[in-house]
Write a protein that binds this ligand. Structure first.
Ligand code: EPU
Length: 336
């Protein structure tokens, strides 16, 4: 186990921000984890997954910890489904690739989302009509304070749109060491998201396979979302706001082109990308940072940015959206 001092986190955060941490440590087992937690019991601990949903605004005064144990194993199986335990350090998209190769259905629409399996439940990652919670069975892990082990089953995780108990009450208090998924073995695909439907039509595919869906999702993402290896970003910077139906109807009267997707019986989700675009921000650049030209929900670092520049840009966008629509955007990324 290697503990590094004054470690530069540039390659560990997908915004590519040049920040450092007093200590950085990568562990691959619970034994190593226990050792590190004992050694750094008086330091601040920050748990880092793939670094693809975090905005560092300053250097970190403490120990950044990455739990990188890898491996996938079968826990159980019946004629319809399989239970797989996946260690936290597996890359999310590698796990999807494994599932698609083995014909396990349920997470294919989440293809190409960056990050690790251990981080995926924290914000209940979602895309193209699927969410992690749909296939989630349990998360195993330990409390940092006393190293007590615990399994959280789905009902105890408070999953909701881009959130869970791990993102709030248990933030930096509980480390997920593995996640158990229940995946389906028979053909069942979720193809109702607009852009997937359009792509299937274009390709003339009436009966797509599991790997067709994965490939389509990858294609859509690659066309719209910048590759963090080339242009620093964290995917969607804000969440799509949910408003009361009545409020949505009022907005539609002033802005007939507004799109809304039912979120619950009384609420509608409005694409934040659309709101931001209406405020004229799409494709705009200020210094080293900007709003992506193809997807206004993605803020980018053109190189050399400081986390605070991104934060200031985000604030300007929030102010403008509020002024025009009286809607308060909320960040999806974690700000440190
Ligand atoms: N839109 C605009 N302008 C834009 C961007 C989007 O008008 O600049 C409109 C589109 O025309 C479309 C609607 O907004 O009608 C939805 O756009 P899109 O399908 O691109 O999805 P999104 O709502 O912007 C969400 C997730 C993404 C996920 C996609 C696909 C959130 C915060 N974001 O984005 O997740 O990939 O749906 O399901 O819910 C992420 O969380 O990091 C992320 C990328």
């Amino acid at each position: 186990m290697l503990i590094q001092e004054n470690y530069n986190l540039k390659i560990k955060n997908s915004f590519g921000l040049n920040v450092s941490t007093k200590y950085f440590c990568e562990v691959v087992s619970k034994t190593e984890l226990k050792e590190v937690l004992e050694q750094f019991k008086n330091e601040n601990i920050l748990l880092l997954g793939g670094g693809s949903n975090i905005l560092f605004t300053k250097n970190f005064d403490g120990c950044v910890l990455q739990y990188n144990q890898k491996g996938i194993s079968k826990l159980d199986e019946d004629k319809d489904s399989i239970l797989l335990e996946v260690f936290a350090g597996e890359l999310w998209d590698d796990f999807i690739s494994y599932c698609v190769e083995n014909n396990f259905y349920g997470i294919e629409n989440l293809s190409l989302i960056p990050g690790t399996v251990g981080a995926a439940p924290i914000q209940n990652i979602g895309a193209y009509g699927q969410e992690l919670k749909d296939s989630f069975f349990a998360a195993n892990g330990v409390y940092l304070e006393d190293f007590k082990e615990r399994t959280f089953f789905k009902s105890g995780c408070n999953f909701d749109y881009r959130t869970s108990i791990f993102k709030h009450e248990l933030k930096n208090k509980f480390l997920i060491t593995s996640v158990v998924f229940r995946l389906m073995k028979s053909h069942q695909l979720n193809m109702h998201y607009g852009s997937i439907e359009q792509e299937l039509k274009k390709m003339g595919k009436n009966n797509p396979t599991l790997s067709d869906i994965r490939n389509i999702v990858i294609k859509i993402r690659q066309e719209k979302l910048p590759d963090p290896k080339i242009l620093g970003n964290c995917g969607s910077f804000f969440k799509n706001p949910e408003v009361e139906k009545k409020r949505f109807e009022n907005i539609s009267q002033s802005f007939p082109l507004v799109k809304g997707f039912p979120a619950s019986e009384n609420t509608v989700k409005i694409p934040a990308g659309w709101l931001i675009e209406q405020c004229g921000w799409k494709g705009k650049r200020i210094g080293n940072v900007g709003v992506h030209e193809l997807q206004a929900l993605v803020l980018v670092n053109y190189g050399g940015a400081d986390g605070n520049e991104i934060l200031q840009l985000a604030q300007k966008i929030k102010d403008d959206v509020y002024q025009k629509f009286e809607i308060q955007l909320e960040e999806e990324v974690n700000i440190v």
